[in-house]
Design a protein around this ligand. Structure first.
Ligand SMILES: NC(=O)c1ccc[n+]([C@@H]2O[C@H](COP(=O)([O-])OP(=O)(O)OC[C@H]3O[C@@H](n4cnc5c(N)ncnc54)[C@H](OP(=O)(O)O)[C@@H]3O)[C@@H](O)[C@H]2O)c1
Length: 268
């Protein structure tokens, strides 16, 4: 698995990690065993960056239990998501208890109460409980607010959607991130699964084989990672074999411009 620095933070991240929205919001021993199996596949492939949030139901806690003794080999990207200060403090206390007193990347989810949350996260970083501070939003109309935080150097990384069918972040977010040395984590790399379901034939994938691409999902992930301004992608899956498949997209060769245009046409 190739790693890249998360902007100028000095934290090296695997280019393919994993999200936990919906897939880790599970209850019961059998379902949690399934999550552990997905983590096994992620670790085996070197995809040891995991993104979660208090917004994702039981996912944060299930991720912490599934990691178990492997916590130190993982990078945890968590979020704080509430307008209420006491609830924010409670979310943070729970996360630090689940993740051994450290959240590697702590993000303000959907920019909720962002100024107050960034102050708290800054304090936590001084105490050694956080390594990198960021902010996330899934909607394009939030990009101006994200950009303002980036330009004011209030965040060191952002998490935004980007894929061959959703390229809005290319306009201002990616150029600003490159200029300022800000890390970019890509959510919804498979279009929340819809883009991955598009029917693409073996013959259509054939020109991508020289780039190590054997499946449509890999083509989509490699399209994103071929942009050097992107630090990492976090596709979610409930299936170990898909985790292995997705992680395999985290190796060069990257797609050249002609091949990226080709994937965009397939995604259209
Ligand atoms: N901050 C925010 O506002 C925000 C918003 C959305 C997401 N996120 C983060 O970003 C992560 C990723 O986004 P996402 O979960 O919305 O969408 P995604 O990663 O684009 O897509 C996930 C879906 O793709 C399917 N999938 C995964 N690998 C596949 C493969 N190789 N072939 C075919 N289908 C495949 C999964 O189904 P199976 O389980 O059946 O494999 C799942 O339904 C989230 O989990 C979360 O951590 C953050």
């Amino acid at each position: 698995m190739q790693c890249r620095p998360l902007g100028i933070t000095g934290l090296d991240v695997p280019v393919v990690g994993m999200g936990t929205w919906r897939t880790f919001d599970v209850r019961g021993a059998a379902a949690e065993a399934g999550c552990r199996a997905v983590l096994d596949a992620a670790f085996a492939a070197g995809a040891n960056l995991f993104d979660t949030s208090p917004m994702y139901g039981a996912a944060e806690e299930v991720l912490s239990r599934s990691l178990g003794a492997r916590r130190e080999q993982a990078l945890v990207a968590d979020k704080v998501w509430t307008a209420a200060d006491d609830e924010a403090d409670a979310q943070i206390a729970r996360a630090l208890a689940w993740y051994g007193g450290l959240v590697d990347i702590y993000q303000v989810h959907n920019l909720v109460a962002v100024d107050r949350r960034l102050r708290t996260l800054g304090r936590l970083r001084e105490e050694g409980a956080v390594r990198v501070i960021g902010a996330t939003h899934y909607q394009h109309d939030a990009y101006p607010e994200l950009l303002a935080l980036m330009r004011a150097r209030k965040v060191e990384m952002v998490q935004i959607p980007l894929n061959a069918a959703d390229r809005a972040a290319e306009k201002e977010i990616l150029p600003a991130a490159a200029d300022l040395g800000i890390g970019v984590m890509v959510m919804r790399p498979l279009g929340a699964g819809r883009l991955a379901q598009k029917s693409v034939s073996e013959a259509q994938l054939a020109p991508l084989r020289d780039y190590g691409v054997t499946t449509w999902a890999q083509a989509l992930l490699k399209w994103i990672l071929s942009d050097p301004r992107v630090s990492c992608v976090i596709p979610a899956t409930s299936k170990p074999a898909r985790m292995t498949e997705n992680a395999a997209a985290g190796e060069p060769p990257w797609l050249d411009e002609e091949m990226r245009r080709y994937v965009e046409r397939l995604a259209d």
